[in-house]
Design a protein around this ligand. Structure first.
Ligand SMILES: Nc1nc2c(c(=O)[nH]1)N[C@H]1C(S)=C(S)[C@@H](COP(=O)(O)OP(=O)(O)OC[C@H]3O[C@@H](n4cnc5c(=O)[nH]c(N)nc54)[C@H](O)[C@@H]3O)O[C@H]1N2
Ligand SMILES: Nc1nc2c(c(=O)[nH]1)N[C@H]1C(S)=C(S)[C@@H](COP(=O)(O)OP(=O)(O)OC[C@H]3O[C@@H](n4cnc5c(=O)[nH]c(N)nc54)[C@H](O)[C@@H]3O)O[C@H]1N2
Ligand code: SF4
Ligand SMILES: [Mo]
Length: 735
């Protein structure tokens, strides 16, 4: 029996796993107690890495759709055909006619990250989309606007803080997001063990509520008001103490003046948190030695996503909690190219149909479907979809299905024939996560300590399979060849391997001279700089220590100061004021919010029996008072309707959700024709994105607003035809 160590790539937590195997057969997967970051912790998904590896539905070689039937095709012919066809479409209709979409697993995959830039360049299209604009783009845009770098992430220094105010996050389920931390619950408990406090603000008393001192319900989409309430009270009571940050703030008085236009009584009335509570929380935050405000999906993917992230930064800044231990900090990753200069762009071009702004050369994914549908110059006619499932993960799934179905040509780089890749003409399946090398470029950037770990492939991949890196480089080189019109046959250029690129980056990165190894708990100095060889000697991963203050080094604005009040943000405050300026209450509509589950991974681990089994995960959570008003009972079938569509599901009554709010998960709905996922289709479920709305966005960034969607809920007849179906029967999603 052999033993192999690597990190799990299924979520952001980067847990170390120990995999025992006999030849090609996995015998066991366990948490790696010697991993200094995760210390043996793993979640149920970690074990499911073996289900992914062994999944008989996982594709290994390319498939081409010929007259509606899937047939095998060899790699070279597949890549040639794809490149030739894409080049042909671009020649006929312009470069923008071919779109690219990079999904969430891209960020977990070294080969995809290192090849994305050259593929984008070869495509030369403005229609580039990523899952970031279904997720954390407001966070990144805020960093770009305030610090001059869209790759900078403010990370809560969870291990050293005394007071953590958490908005719209559910780490007990997500295992932490934009806060890569092994054993996140242990670390949250650590705050309380030190005598600190953890507060959670969320329209649902979610699974994390059990691990905090206080949970407060908030009306979806009103976090900006709550944050303004906190900031106002801190200003009014003269509790501001920017400490070391005063020297970096460009316009302190102008910043403070912005908040006067929001009366506390209105703030409280709209967000649903009593004024006295807002004031008490503000005072406690200001009084804590080391405090941090942290917001995640619930505050990013809503109508005021960017405003929320700016306000979170402002709260951390005016209390001196930005860029200092125990506050919001920045990583200094061993391999990263963009943290030494200004990086990013915003609004340098706009989407064709709705005029949504570009951010760092990508357009908001909420605009992708509409760019595929109405004809005209610049219409998307073809798509290269890499590690993404936009059919299930973008808002208004019905419109996206329509867009995908109408494409002239589509290539999916994915190892499953699923809801999205069924629309492809060609599926190029990469090796699985255990069959190629791994280094977490993105999640080391997001971690609560500076970390580095390299793992080689656990299993050699067979000669007739290709890694993402090989597929994408093969496609890129051919595309460049066909587009250049160069005569002669295509020859694959010599390129450095991912390991060579990584090694070079490590040798020239911030730890290239010497590093301190914290693995044992005690720092141990090494004079030798980091390289791939050094990382190979640390199979459990290397701890490079706690986060360090980075200002002014990480200030990339023209004047090297924090841009405290970016003009576009100040303008957006007026939108908030216009929406909530009076004391008029909510329209009485129910508001839909999202929900994750410990055993899910967005749309794609539902083909693992160990994860998919068990009770229905797609019920609509609803407060009993809202249910009785509508004649709905626990377990009853309901129809949830919006402008975008409708879903049928069953109701679960719970007082853990705020009155006026209902919740559905996303990523389900695996019962569509042509999906070759046997386990997932047997647990099809329903998808929130059949009712979320592509027109609901954070107006400033264009990021999807999945939370706070007005919905109607009505009982349906319990006859078998109309019964809620999350198991064997079709989901009845209608458009
Ligand atoms: N309503 C609602 N919608 C949401 C969200 C929500 O909270 N509510 N969350 C949003 C968020 S945060 C995200 S990140 C997005 C995710 O949206 P997407 O990234 O579009 O979707 P995923 O479900 O992550 O699908 C990943 C796809 O990649 C494939 N895949 C997995 N690993 C690899 C690999 O190594 N290489 C390749 N080539 N393919 C691979 C899988 O088979 C799957 O088809 O969904 C968003 N959608
Ligand atoms: N098990 C599991 N883990 C995952 C994933 C998964 O699908 N399954 N996906 C991964 C991905 S891609 C991501 S991005 C992360 C997300 O990680 P998290 O953000 O930690 O997880 P979510 O469950 O999306 O939590 C969002 C919370 O916001 C709340 N919320 C909704 N609307 C509002 C609002 O208006 N205001 C406030 N204050 N709160 C609101 C919801 O009730 C929910 O509790 O999780 C990652 N980890
Ligand atoms: S918490 Fe995330 S990284 Fe850790 S085992 Fe689970 S899925 Fe993998
Ligand atoms: Mo995400």
């Amino acid at each position: 029996m052999q033993t192999h160590h690597r990190s799990c790539t299924l979520c952001e937590a980067m847990c170390g796993v120990t995999i025992r195997h006999r030849g090609d057969t996995i015998v066991s997967i366990e948490g790696d107690p010697d991993d200094p970051h995760s210390r043996g912790h793993i979640c149920p998904k970690g074990y499911a890495l073996q289900d992914l590896h062994n999944d008989p539905d996982r594709l290994k070689t390319p498939l081409e759709k010929v007259d509606g039937q899937w047939v095998s095709i060899d790699w070279d012919s597949a890549l040639d055909k794809a490149a030739a066809r894409l080049a042909e479409i671009q020649t006929a209709h312009g470069d923008d006619a071919v779109a690219g979409y990079w999904g969430n697993p891209s960020s977990h995959n070294l080969g995809v990250i290192l090849s994305a830039g050259s593929l984008r360049k070869a495509l030369g299209s403005r229609n580039m989309f990523t899952a970031a604009s279904l997720d954390q783009m407001p966070h990144q845009l805020t960093s770009y606007l305030m610090f001059g770098n869209g790759q900078m992430f403010t990370i809560p220094d969870i291990d050293r803080t005394d007071f953590m105010l958490m908005l719209g996050a559910n780490p007990a389920v997500s295992n932490g997001s934009l806060m890569t931390a092994g054993d996140i619950l242990g670390r949250l408990e650590g705050i309380r063990d030190r005598g600190g406090k953890v507060l959670l603000v969320d329209p649902r008393r979610n699974e994390t509520a059990r691990y905090v001192d206080e949970h407060h319900f908030i009306r979806p989409g009103t976090d900006a008001l709550f944050l303004i309430g906190l900031i106002r009270h801190i200003i009014d009571r003269d509790l501001c103490d920017p400490a070391h940050l005063s020297q970096y703030i460009d316009d302190w008085d102008g910043l403070l003046a912005l908040f006067r236009q929001f009366p506390m009584t209105d703030v409280s009335e709209h967000c649903g948190i009593p004024q006295a509570e807002i004031e008490r929380i503000a005072e406690a935050f200001a009084a804590a030695d080391r405090a941090v405000c942290y917001g995640r999906m619930g505050v990013a993917t809503q109508s005021y996503g960017t405003l929320n992230h700016w306000l979170i930064n402002v709260l951390n800044i005016i209390t001196g909690n930005m860029d200092r231990p125990g506050g919001a900090m920045f990583t200094n990753p061993a391999f990263h190219k963009a943290l030494d200069r200004r990086s990013g762009s915003f609004g340098t071009y706009h989407s064709r149909v709705r005029g949504l702004p570009e951010f760092s050369s990508s357009l908001p994914s909420a605009a992708m479907a509409e760019e595929m549908t109405p004809p005209g110059d610049g219409q998307i006619k073809a798509l290269v979809c890499v590690a993404g499932n936009p059919a299930l993960s973008t808002p208004n799934g019905g419109l996206m299905e329509q867009g995908l179905a109408g494409l002239e040509y589509m290539v999916a780089v994915d190892f499953y024939l699923n809801e999205t890749s069924r629309h492809a003409d060609l599926i190029l399946p990469p090796t699985g996560p255990l069959e190629h090398e791994q280094y977490d470029i993105v999640f080391n950037l997001l971690a609560v300590r500076n970390l580095a770990r390299y793992s080689g492939p656990l299993f050699e991949h067979s000669p007739d399979s290709r890694s993402d890196w090989e597929i994408l480089q093969g496609l890129t080189a051919r595309l460049a060849h066909y587009k250049s019109g160069e005569p002669g046959p295509f020859r694959m250029p010599d390129l450095p391997s991912p390991e060579q690129i990584l090694d070079k980056g490590l040798r020239t990165g911030p730890y290239s001279e010497r590093f301190t190894d914290y693995n044992s708990g005690e720092p141990v100095e090494y004079d030798e700089g980091l390289s791939l060889d050094v990382l190979r000697r640390y199979p459990h991963g290397l701890d490079l220590g706690p986060l360090q203050p980075q200002f002014p080094g990480y200030l990339f604005t023209p004047d090297q100061k924090i841009q405290a009040r970016p003009a576009v943000v100040v303008d957006d405050l007026q939108r908030l004021l216009a929406e909530f300026g009076g004391s008029e209450g909510d329209s009485g509509n129910l508001r839909l919010i999202g929900r994750r589950d410990l055993r899910t991974n967005n749309s794609w681990m539902h083909n693992s029996q160990r994860l998919a089994k068990g009770r229905d995960r797609c019920a609509l959570f609803m407060h009993p008072d809202d249910a009785s008003n509508r004649g709905v009972t626990d377990g009853a079938g309901v129809r949830v309707t919006t402008r975008a569509g409708a879903v049928f599901t069953s109701v679960r009554l719970t007082t853990d959700i705020m009155r006026g709010v209902v919740s559905l998960p996303h990523g389900w709905g695996h019962d569509r024709d042509g999906v070759a996922l046997r386990v997932a289709s047997a647990h099809a479920g329903v998808n929130a994105n059949d009712v979320t709305d592509n027109l609901a966005i954070d107006q400033l960034s264009g990021n999807a607003a999945f939370n706070g969607i007005p919905v109607q809920v009505s009982p349906v007849d319990n006859s078998p035809a109309a019964a809620p179906t999350n198991q064997q029967e079709p989901s009845l999603a209608e458009r």
